[in-house]
Structures are given as structure tokens and as C-alpha cells.
Design a protein around this ligand. Sequence first.
Ligand code: CP
Length: 319
Amino acid sequence: MRNPQLNKNGELQHLLSLDGLPLSILGAILDIAAPFTEVAEREVKKLPLLRGKSVFNLFFENSTRTRTTFEIAAKRLSADVINLNVSTSSTKKGETLLDTIDNLCAMQADMFVVRHESSGAPYLIADHLHATGRNHIHVINAGDGRHAHPTQGLLDMYTIRHFKKEFHNLIVVVVGDVLHSRVARSQLAALTTLGVPEVRVVGPRTLLPTDVERLGVRVCHDMNEGLRDADVVMMLRLQNERMNGALLPSPQEYFKVWGLTPEKLALAKPNAIVMHPGPMNRGVEIDSTVADGGQAVILPQVTFGIAVRMAVMSMLAGN
Ligand code: CP
């Protein structure tokens, strides 16, 4: 079966998911991102790798970090960036997603960065481009429903490698609402591909997928067990917008049991890092003392996101 992410030479054609992405490509993106951090941090001004290319940001769902860092990344690579304002676009008059895509292709788009509330929307676009012979145009999934958020997963792996150097000796813990989280799915796929020996998922039964063990992770329904001796603690937001019905008693009850406080973090290794993809709900999944404390690497994650997104776009453009 055709892998929609790869071209016939096995090179990256679209970035849709980390599930099934070969280690060689995942590792190459992390390696390519490393020198881009100098550009991301403004030590080097701009690179011409996407000069003359048009990158369209299509965000059908809210975003602060992903949309902005994609824009910064594309501009640092000298691309022309067009942010479609979906709330004032013809989508609101009933235009279909694929009609919108066809019209933007007619404006000489080279790359689409797509966030959509429906799982699979970026795949639909990639299939449409393939079926209509427009294989020079690339699609990057910037988060689709509860399915995948591959660049978030990649920047999380970059952050872990930056602070921990290796993957093969780590205990990595993912805490919270795994069930509704596209970020968690991308993190778990990447951690498995990179050979992390112990990945734990921690949370209430109502917020963990029933078959999550099949992903090769250890399931813990107890924070003390889950956090013990961890090297990396990755917190997740409660995805209230994707919950059907009451899966939790209240945010306060959730925080009492599953919220990361300094006392709970003390169970992890003393040099453990704390990550969060954002947006954070302080006092729900994480205590402010931890979020703003010395072990948190939440803001470096955002900065690394620029370099990682530069690496993805640069690789797609054939550099
Ligand atoms: N982590 C993340 O996707 O954040 P945004 O929703 O702000 O893009």
C-alpha cells in the first residue's frame, strides 16, 4: 500500500503522522533542526532555502504556538507566508475544504500547513493533491482532531535529546488525558521509534484508551507508581473540547489526584525535566510552582519548535 507521507524514492512528501514514519527520517529531522536553532534564536538572520516558495497556514482550529512558530520558521527560510483567516474566509459561506485547496493551488501554493478539528483532514488534502497530479505541493499536519500533531511530537523529541542527550536509557512518563490527545499519540509513536526503553502512561481509566498497552507502553493508574524515578515527565492538557459527557468529577478533583505538584515531582529523578505542549491549565494538570520552576522546559520547547519546523519545511522542499 502507498505510504502517503513518502514519495516513490522513500523521501518525505508530506508530514502527516509520526506513526509509521521511518527512524531514518525522524532522526534526520532532529539532526537538521540542530543548526537551525541558531537561526531560530536570531544568531543568524535568514536562510534562502524556501526563497520563492509560498507557504499557506490554514488553521481551522485555534492555535498560538503552532501557527506562530510555523510562520516564523517559514519566514526565517525566506518563504512567502500567507495566513488564511478561516473565520473570514469563504469556508464560512459553505465552500468545501478541497475547493478551498484548489483555489489556493491556483495561487501557486507550494506548502500547506493544516490544523483541522477533523481527524484525517490533512490526509484528505494530500490524497487530493496526489489524485490531481500536484505532487510538487506538500502538506504538513499541524494537528488533526485527536489523531496526530507530528511537529509537536518532533519538537518534544528534540527537547528531550537536548536535555538528556540519549533516548536509550530513559524513563519517560506521559500524564493525563491521553484518550483525546493528538499530542500524546505523536509522542508515543516517536518515543517508540527512537527506542526509549520505558514509556509509561499515567491517568484515570476514563482518560486512557482501552488498548493503550498495545502501543508498547506501561499503564499506571497511580501517580506515585507512574512518576517514580522518571527522567522526563510530559504533562497533557485536559481536552475538554473533545470530551463527550462527564469523564471527570471536577477540575479540582482531577488536580488533587493527577495534577503535578512539587511533592509529586519529587518522586521522579532529581534532574527530571517537566514538559507540556501548551496551552497549560494551571491548577488543573500542573501547579504553577512546577510550571515556572527550575525543572520545567516548557518555554524551550516552544523555541525549539521554530527550528524543528524549519527542518521539516526545508526537508519537504528538497534541501
Ligand atoms: N501545542 C500546541 O499545539 O499549541 P497551540 O494550540 O497553541 O498551537
